[in-house]
Write a protein that binds this ligand. Structure first.
Ligand code: PEP
Ligand code: MG
Length: 873
C-alpha cells in the first residue's frame, strides 16, 4: 500500500493548506504558483511532527522514501547534487507552524557544506572568504541547534580569532582566519559531544530535520504557545529549500519588508535590509539595517521589482504581507510571505484604506481587526506637557506604541521576580526568544540594538506592549546591571519612562493620559455598528466614567454600582453613621444626610447619558466593607463619629461574617433595612423628576442585586414602585422606568420564569454566578487558578472568559425561562465577561439584548458583537 503523502514539493500545495504545510510552506507553494522567484524546495507536513511525537520520536513509514524522492527532484531541477564535488546542492532547513511563532524554533542554513564541497563552492563563486564564512556559519548553527553545543563556546572562539588578528568586526576576518575558525569549531564539537561534525550531507539533513521537529517542544516554544493561546497539538512543518546567499558580496543582500507600514498602516513600502549579509543577521538585530527606501538608490532595479511583487502579493492575498527576500548577485528571491502583524492603529487604517481601494468589502474589514487589539489604541499616552519638561536621555526606534513607566531590570528572570511587586521596564542590549517570559510581565521593553523587525520589536508588537528598540544612544552593561545614556548612569531599580510611539526614553516618571481616538477609528466603528445586532452598554459609576462610555458610543449604562459612590471622602462618614446606628430612627437620620449627595450623583449621570437607559443597582456589598479593621483606624473613626472605641469595635465585630460573599449583602440588605432601599429609590426618582422638569430625557432602571427567589423580587419591587409612583404623581411629570434584577445566583437561573413575572429586565452578574457555580471564591481564586490552568483542568480563567459548559448553561437556562415568562424582557450581562470577545459571542448566540462592560472596553465589545453577527451569516 502506498504510504500517505507526507512531503509536498513547492507548487504542489497552496495558501489554503496552512494547517498541513504550516504558514511558511503553504505560502512558498502559493508564491511558486503565482510565478514569483522562489528558490525551489519541499515541505514535510505538520502531520509528520504530530506522528513523530505520537510514535515516541519516530517517523511514520514511507517518510524517508518521500524525502529522498523530493531531494532527487530538487537535484534534477537545480542540476546540482548533494555532496557533489563539482556542483554541490546546499539547502536551508526551517520550521514553519500554521500559526507564526517568530524565532521560537530552529533553523539551519548552508546545509550540504563539508570539507569536500567547500572547495567546489570556492571554485564556483571564486570567493574564498564568502565560502569559508558560509561553512563556519553552518557549523556554528548546526553545532548550536542540532548538536546542542553551548552557543557561547563558538562565540568565544570567534572573539579569540578576532583578538588574535586585532580586528573588531566579523567582516574584517580574512578567508584564512575563517578557515582556521572552521577547524576550531570542529574541535569544539568533538570536545563537547565526543563525536565529529558529520560530513555526509544526508546525515546532516536527517539530523537537522530531527532537530526542527524536536524544537516544537522546546521550553521557549511551549512558553510562546501558552502566552499566545496556540494549541500544542498543531505541530510544525519542516521546509527544505535551496540556499540563496545574501552574503556573496556587495551585489548581494537580504531583507524583510512589509507591503504597508505595520506601525501606522500607511500605504508605503516599509522594511529594512543589509548588504552582504544572511537573513538571520537582520532578524537577530546584530547589525542595524538600512531602511528599504534606501534600496531605491542602491539597487534601483531590485527595488522596482520588489514594489511590483508587493502589489502582486497584496492583490493576491488582499491583505498586507510581511515578507523576506534575498538578493544573490543581483538577482531577487522571495523566501517568505505571511499576513503582516500590525499595531491596532495600522490595522484600522489598513482596513479602512483597503475598503476605499476596493480590495476588500466592509464585512471583511470588520472581521479582520482583532477586538482585543483595539486595547492598544485605547492605551494611555504620555502627558505632552509633562513630557516637554522631562529629561530625555535617548532616542531609539518607535517599535511598538503606547507609554510605559517602571523600574529598570536587566534580565528576564529579574523582570519576572520584580514584577510581582512593582512595574518594571526590561532593558537589554538585544532580546532573544529566551527573554519571552520577562517581556510578557514587563510594562515596556528597551533594547540598544536591532531594527523594527528585530525580535524585541516583533514580539512586543504582538503583545501590544510598548517597546523602544535599536536605541543606540544607550550602552547596556547587563552583568553590572546599569546602562548609560547622555552621560547618566541608570541603575537597576531606577525609574524610566518610554514612549513607544516616538522611541523616546526619559529618566523618572512622566504622567500618562487617556488616548484620543478619531479618524479611521470613527469610520471603522461606524461599520461595526452597521453589523452588530446586540447592544453595548458600559459599567460606570461616576459622571466621568459615563462620559468616557458615551465617547466610545455606549448605548446606556448597564451597571452603576452605587456603593462605589459611598466610598468618596465627602460621604463615607454619613455611610458609617448609617451602619453603626443602633436603631431605625438613627439610621434614617444618617440616610437623610446621604440622600442629597446620592441624588446629585444621579442627576449628573442622567445628564451625561442624555436619555439613554441607566441601570442603577441598589446597595450590594456587606456593610462591614465600609468600616475599618485595624484598631488604630477604629479609634480615629470612633472619634470622628463621636463614639467610644469599644462601642464601635463591638459593632464591627457583630458585623463580622464567616463568608461575607454569601452573607448579609445584595437584596438581603434591603430586606433587613428597607430604609436603605427607600433612600436610594428616592434619590433616583427625585433626580429623574428634577431633570424631567428641566426638559431632560431620563430612563432609570432600578436593579435589585443577588435575587434568588421571586418573593424577594416581589417584596422589594413593591416598595420601589410605591415610592417612585408617589413621587412621580406628586410632581406631575411623566417618564418610563423599569424595575429588574441581577441574575447571579444559580437558583435565580433555574427559577428565572418565576422571577420574570416580577422583573422587567435581567442583567446577568456573571462574576458572582461564576463564583457560585464553581464554588470558587472570587477573591481567593488567584491562589489556585494558575495551577488549574497549568494542569489543564481549565483552559482559561473562568472569571475572565465565560465558562460556556457550566456557567454558560445556567445563563442559557435563565434567558430561555425569562423570555418564556415575559416576552419583552430585556436581558443583558454586566459581569466582567461583558467585555471579553469570546464571552460576547456567546451572549450574542443565546439571544441577549446587550452586554455591558467597563468604558474602555466598549469599542472592543462593539467589534466582538459585530463579528459575532457576521460569523453567523
Ligand atoms: C457580578 O456579580 O457579575 C456583578 C456585576 O456584580 P459585582 O461584581 O459587583 O458583584
Ligand atoms: Mg455581583
Amino acid at each position: 500500500m502506498a504510504s500517505k503523502k507526507y512531503v509536498y514539493f513547492f507548487g504542489e500545495g497552496s495558501k489554503e493548506m496552512k494547517k498541513l504545510l504550516g504558514g511558511k510552506g503553504a505560502n512558498l507553494s502559493e508564491m511558486t504558483n503565482i510565478g514569483l522567484p522562489v528558490p525551489p524546495g519541499f515541505t514535510i507536513t505538520t502531520e509528520v511532527c504530530n506522528l513523530f511525537y505520537e510514535l515516541g520520536e519516530k517517523y511514520p513509514e514511507g517518510l524517508n522514501e518521500q524525502i529522498d524522492e523530493n531531494l532527487k527532484k530538487l537535484e534534477v531541477e537545480m542540476g546540482m547534487t548533494f555532496g557533489d564535488k563539482e556542483n554541490p546542492l546546499l539547502v536551508s532547513v526551517r520550521s514553519g507552524a500554521a500559526i507564526s511563532m517568530p524565532g521560537m524554533m530552529d533553523t539551519v542554513l548552508n546545509l550540504g557544506l563539508n570539507d569536500t564541497t567547500i572547495d567546489s563552492l570556492i571554485k564556483k563563486t571564486g570567493n574564498k572568504r564568502f565560502s569559508w564564512d558560509s561553512y563556519r556559519r553552518f557549523i556554528q548553527m548546526f553545532g548550536d541547534v542540532v548538536m546542542e553545543v553551548e552557543r557561547d563556546k563558538f562565540e568565544e572562539a570567534l572573539q579569540a580569532i578576532k583578538s588574535k588578528n586585532k580586528v573588531k568586526l566579523d567582516t574584517e576576518l580574512s578567508a584564512d582566519n575563517l578557515k582556521e575558525l572552521v577547524s576550531e569549531y570542529k574541535k569544539i564539537i568533538k570536545k563537547e559531544k565526543g563525536i565529529s561534525f558529520p560530513q555526509d550531507p544526508k546525515e546532516q539533513l536527517k539530523m537537522s530535520i530531527d532537530a526542527v521537529f524536536g524544537s516544537w517542544n522546546n521550553k521557549r516554544a511551549i512558553t510562546y504557545r501558552n502566552l499566545h493561546d496556540i494549541p500544542h497539538n498543531i505541530g510544525t512543518a519542516v521546509n527544505v529549500q535551496v540556499m540563496v546567499f545574501g552574503n556573496m558580496g556587495n551585489n548581494s543582500g537580504t531583507g524583510v519588508a512589509f507591503t504597508r507600514d505595520p506601525a501606522t498602516g500607511e500605504n508605503v513600502e516599509y522594511g529594512e535590509y543589509l548588504i552582504n549579509a544572511q537573513g538571520e543577521d537582520v532578524v537577530a538585530g546584530i547589525r542595524t539595517p538600512k531602511p528599504i527606501s534606501n534600496l531605491k538608490k542602491e539597487m534601483p532595479g531590485i527595488f522596482n521589482q520588489l514594489i511590483d511583487i508587493f502589489k502582486k502579493l497584496e492583490q493576491h492575498y488582499t491583505d498586507t504581507q510581511d515578507l523576506e527576500f534575498t538578493i544573490q548577485e543581483g538577482k531577487l528571491y522571495m523566501l517568505q510571505t505571511r499576513t503582516g502583524k500590525r499595531t491596532a492603529g495600522a490595522a484600522l487604517k489598513i482596513a479602512v484604506d483597503m475598503v476605499n481601494e476596493g480590495l476588500i468589502d466592509k464585512k471583511t474589514a470588520v472581521l479582520r481587526v482583532e477586538p482585543e487589539q483595539l486595547d492598544q489604541l485605547l492605551h494611555k499616552q504620555l502627558d505632552e506637557k509633562s513630557k516637554a519638561n522631562a529629561e530625555l536621555v535617548a532616542k531609539g526606534l518607535p517599535a511598538s506604541p503606547g507609554a510605559a513607566l517602571g523600574r529598570v531590570v536587566f534580565d528576564a528572570d529579574d523582570a519576572v521576580k520584580e514584577s510581582k511587586n512593582r512595574e518594571v521596564i526590561l532593558v537589554r542590549t538585544e532580546t532573544s526568544p529566551e527573554d519571552i517570559e520577562g517581556m510578557a510581565v514587563a510594562q515596556g521593553i528597551l533594547t540598544a540594538r536591532g531594527g523594527m523587525t528585530s525580535h524585541a520589536a516583533v514580539v512586543a508588537r504582538g503583545m501590544g506592549k510598548c517597546c523602544v528598540a535599536g536605541c543606540e544612544d544607550i550602552k547596556v552593561f547587563e552583568e553590572e546591571q546599569y546602562f548609560t545614556a547622555s552621560g547618566k548612569k541608570v541603575k537597576k531599580g531606577d525609574w524610566v519612562t518610554l514612549d513607544g510611539s516616538t522611541g523616546e526614553v526619559f529618566l523618572g516618571r512622566i504622567p500618562v493620559v487617556d488616548p484620543e481616538v478619531t479618524g479611521d477609528f470613527e469610520i471603522f466603528m461606524d461599520w461595526v455598528n452597521e453589523f452588530k445586532t446586540i447592544g453595548v452598554r458600559a459599567n460606570a459609576d461616576t459622571p466621568k466614567d459615563s462620559e468616557i462610555a458615551l465617547k466610545f458610543r455606549a448605548e446606556g449604562i448597564g451597571l452603576c454600582r452605587t456603593e462605589h459612590m459611598f466610598f468618596e471622602s465627602d460621604r463615607i462618614k454619613a455611610v458609617r453613621k448609617m451602619i453603626v446606628a443602633s436603631n431605625e430612627k438613627e439610621r434614617r437620620k444618617a440616610l437623610m444626610a446621604l440622600l442629597p449627595i446620592q441624588k446629585n450623583d444621579f442627576i449628573e449621570i442622567f445628564k451625561v447619558m442624555k436619555g439613554l437607559p441607566v441601570t442603577i443597582r441598589l446597595l450590594d456589598p456587606p456593610l462591614h466593607e465600609f468600616l475599618p479593621t485595624e484598631d488604630e483606624d477604629i479609634k480615629e473613626i470612633a472619634k470622628e463619629l463621636g463614639l467610644e472605641f469599644r462601642e464601635l469595635k463591638a459593632t464591627i465585630v457583630s458585623l463580622h461574617e464567616m463568608n461575607p460573599m454569601l452573607g448579609h449583602r445584595g437584596c438581603r440588605l434591603s430586606v433587613t433595612y428597607p430604609e436603605i432601599l427607600e433612600m436610594q429609590t428616592k434619590a433616583i426618582f427625585e433626580a429623574a423628576i428634577e431633570l424631567t422638569k428641566q426638559g431632560y430625557e431620563v430612563k432609570p432602571e432600578v436593579m435589585i442585586p443577588l435575587v434568588g427567589s421571586v418573593k424577594e423580587m416581589r417584596i422589594l419591587k413593591k416598595q420601589i414602585i410605591k415610592i417612585a409612583d408617589e413621587l412621580i404623581k406628586k410632581s406631575n411629570v411623566r417618564f418610563d422606568y423599569k424595575v429588574g434584577t441581577m441574575i447571579e445566583i444559580p437558583r435565580a437561573c433555574i427559577t428565572a420564569d418565576e422571577i420574570a413575572t416580577e422583573a422587567e429586565f435581567f442583567s446577568f452578574g456573571t462574576n458572582d454566578l461564576t463564583q457560585l457555580t464553581f464554588g470558587f471564591s472570587r477573591d481567593d481564586s488567584g491562589k489556585f487558578l494558575p495551577d488549574y490552568i497549568e494542569k489543564g483542568i481549565l483552559d482559561k480563567d473562568p472569571f475572565a472568559t465565560l465558562d460556556e459548559k457550566g456557567v454558560g448553561q445556567f445563563v442559557k437556562i435563565g434567558v430561555e425561562k425569562g423570555r418564556k415568562a415575559r416576552k419583552d424582557i430585556k436581558i443583558g450581562i454586566c459581569g466582567e465577561h461583558g467585555g471579553d470577545p469570546d464571552s460576547i459571542k456567546f451572549c450574542h448566540k443565546i439571544g441577549m439584548d446587550y452586554v455591558s462592560c467597563s468604558p474602555f472596553r466598549v469599542p472592543i465589545a462593539r467589534l466582538a458583537a459585530a463579528q459575532a453577527a457576521l460569523e453567523e451569516i
